[in-house]
Design a protein around this ligand. Structure first.
Ligand SMILES: C[S@@+](CC[C@H](N)C(=O)[O-])C[C@H]1O[C@@H](n2cnc3c(N)ncnc32)[C@H](O)[C@@H]1O
Ligand code: SF4
Length: 401
């Protein structure tokens, strides 16, 4: 990455528009990510920018900071419409519906949203009641994503969740009641979990007929409690059998695996995450939020101040941006592939050209090698991982390093 160095914090648009060696096409769709960084308790496996809330949340001050952050970002996305909004965390459902209403009113006042814009909010079981969900919807949230993880009391306890299985079930039932579309997050290969227990979790999840499921393999992330004191986890063969079980079970009820960890019924794919995977643009506001923005001759990545108190102070003083880098020309093919190859349908060759600003010749050799190894199918317009390429995704992605 080539640092923009002393320009960090400035939004002199000319600086982003100056000539360069890349030739990007029309700007890709632009999404908005809003980070709300507090949780009731930090989970032992979690490495997200989430902080245990001690006492009341500084909700009003944080919302002021978000608005200031957004105002500071506006010159970089001038005249562009917002394709999707994702309010993630942390535990966004800890915020009051009035707070979310104010946040979305601020967003709408400052940015044009595309008609029918998807607005997702992450909610945790046990942090709300029925009226709260309906109020989120009335505030403009169109899609709820519920962090269930499991429905099994013992499993939830072993991964340090604050809710139990009954609260997981109640949350999903309420989401299904209040929203036309919603997502459940589940994790598998949990400590003490066997295939029968996973099957039970899947059966419970599917009994609610979710339009979308995200199912993640529990990973031990550096600097977490679990990384320091690892629990006993299912072995690799069991985890792989669990994934087969997930793919088979979801397939039989019409949920299509359109991305490595994402399963959806027709018409219910997550527009926001699709935009990430298709190497679209996103503006990130909030503590530690990341952004990626395209200009005619460069792609820029941004990060906001990570620690919530520091973030609020800096954003309110007009300096929400903590770091900014221009993605180096050599890094772009791998960055693009890291995302695009996660999609079962792969990508349009035209999108590679338009979104990286590079000619197709930059990946010609790697495409041919991936095809020779049976990992990728390439035709005149598209490249798509084969079943084998999807199973050995990191081998496929490495070819573009
Ligand atoms: C950003 S988290 C926030 C969601 C919400 N706070 C919650 O925990 O329910 C989004 C999802 O990432 C997944 N996740 C978090 N840490 C993980 C880990 N170490 N391994 C696998 N999945 C993880 C969980 O399924 C979680 O619901
Ligand atoms: S609730 Fe979600 S974001 Fe918060 S600590 Fe747990 S996994 Fe992380």
């Amino acid at each position: 990455m080539g640092p923009l160095g002393s320009r960090a914090g400035q939004t002199a648009v000319e600086h982003y528009l100056r000539p360069g060696t890349l030739q990007l096409g029309a700007p890709p769709p632009l999404s908005l990510y809003v980070h709300l960084p507090w949780c009731l308790r930090k989970c032992p496996y979690c490495d997200f920018n989430s902080h245990e809330s001690k006492g009341d949340l500084p909700e009003a001050r944080y919302l002021d900071a978000l608005r200031a952050d957004l105002e500071q970002s506006l010159p970089l996305v001038w005249s562009r419409r917002i394709h999707s909004v994702f309010i993630g965390g942390g535990t966004p459902s800890l915020f009051s519906p009035e707070g979310i209403d104010r946040l979305l009113a601020d967003v709408r006042a400052l940015l044009p949203l595309e008609p029918g814009c998807e607005v997702t909010l992450e909610a945790n079981p046990g942090t709300f009641e029925r009226e709260r969900f309906r109020a989120f919807r009335a505030a403009g949230v169109t899609r709820l994503s519920i962090g269930v993880q499991s429905f099994d009391d013992a499993a939830l306890k072993r991964i340090g969740r604050v809710h139990d299985g009954a609260q997981s079930r109640a949350a999903v039932a309420e989401a299904a009641d209040a929203f036309d579309t919603f997502n459940l997050d589940l994790m598998y290969a949990l400590p003490g979990q066997d295939e029968a227990a996973l099957q039970q979790d899947l059966a419970t999840a599917l009994s609610f007929e979710p339009p979308h499921l995200s199912i993640y393999h529990l990973t031990l992330e550096p600097n977490t409690v679990f990384a320091n004191r690892p629990p006993v986890l299912p072995d690799d063969d069991t985890a792989s059998a669990m994934l087969d079980l997930i793919v088979d079970t979801t397939g039989t009820v019409g949920l299509q695996r359109y991305e490595v960890s994402a399963f959806a019924r027709p018409g219910h794919r997550c527009a926001h995450n699709l935009n990430y995977w298709q190497f679209g643009d996103y503006l990130g506001i909030g503590a530690g939020a990341h952004g990626k923005l395209s200009f005619p001759h460069r792609v820029v990545r941004q990060v906001k101040w990570r620690e919530p108190a520091r973030y609020m102070a800096e954003a309110l003083a007009g300096r929400a941006l903590s770091n900014e880098d221009e993605v180096a020309r050599e890094a772009l093919p791998f960055e693009f592939m890291l995302n695009a190859l996660r999609l079962r349908e792969g990508f349009a060759l035209q999108d590679f050209r338009e979104r990286t600003g590079l000619p197709l010749s930059a990946i010609e050799l790697a495409l041919a090698e991936a095809e020779r190894r049976g990992l990728l199918a390439v035709d005149l317009t598209h490249a798509r991982p084969t079943a084998r390429g999807f199973d050995f995704l990191s081998d496929l992605q490495q070819l573009f390093l």
